[in-house]
Unconditional design. Sequence first.
Length: 365
Amino acid sequence: MSKNEYYMIQGEDYKQMAIQVLKAAGLATDIADRSKRIGIKPNILAAKKASEGAVTHPELVDGVLTYLKEEGFLNLVVLEGSWVGDLTSQAVRVCGIYDICKKHQVPFIDLQKDAFRTVDAAGMPISVCEEVFRLDYLINLPVLKGHCQTTVTCALKNSKGLIPNSEKRRFHTLGLHKPIAHLNTVIHQDFILLDNICGDLDFEEGGNPVVMNRVLGFWDPVLCDSFAAESMGYRPADIAYIRLAEQLGVGSTDVEHANPIVLGEGIPEKKKMRSTKRVSKLAAYADAKDACSACYGSLIYALDRLNDEGLLAGHSAASISIGQGHRGKTGKIGIGQCTGCFEKHLGGCPPKAVEIAEFLRQQWE
């Protein structure tokens, strides 16, 4: 295990994909002591279904609990505190995670009802829920998605569910970025199982999910969020809380020198989720033929960035080719290794949105 390693699998059997990531990472070996109290922290910000792009898929929680129990770990809890506008007790039932906890006979702890203490977080006083200090090992299950204030939200910001509502309100008065970075100096994420299945395009509450059908594992939350930023078409340096967290010693933004471990063929995709009107408008610029979700989703995020910059206007529909159906064929502009015979193409399987956006800018200039 190395902090700069991360694990990636694509498919549709999300529970099994989660188990495969945890096995590849050797999580049981890392935890070692079967008596440790292990906390599983999903993202359940509101009473939403995971398919809307806002909350952690219950299948991932199911996979984590199945793996840990099979490995002999029984001192398990799932814990979360929803955002101020929703009740955790309702949100956990709507998303299906409460039923998973009942199935495994693992307690769910509503942190909106928990006591808290104030600690020094690298020079900033921050209140943290008491249950956090009872944990020996924390597994974070964030959703890779957009955010209306911080642009990106992932592992580092998901720690905000471990503080009381009063502190969440204060974070917003402070501008979010600085307190999020400081919070992660006192909350140590031992492992991150990243839900990159269908996070929202740019809003934390969901509504415009971008289907990627990926599950990833990280040891470093800063590296995780840096990967998330690039997956959505941004550089880590563009996101203030990621920069600040690195400066505070929480982790590294060096995605370029990280070691990705791709796990086999994954579980084949058989169905496609319906796109919202907004995502469909972006997709109109693509000539997609048998494109895998991760490649196609990366293109959607890249097109959204270019649309924000006003660069889509004037370009014709279906002008960008992507997908296995273009393999061995020729054309003008292609995305992904399947379009290697095109006049101009960007390799990668899949390429990141930040790379696609830069490539298209160059072609259109």
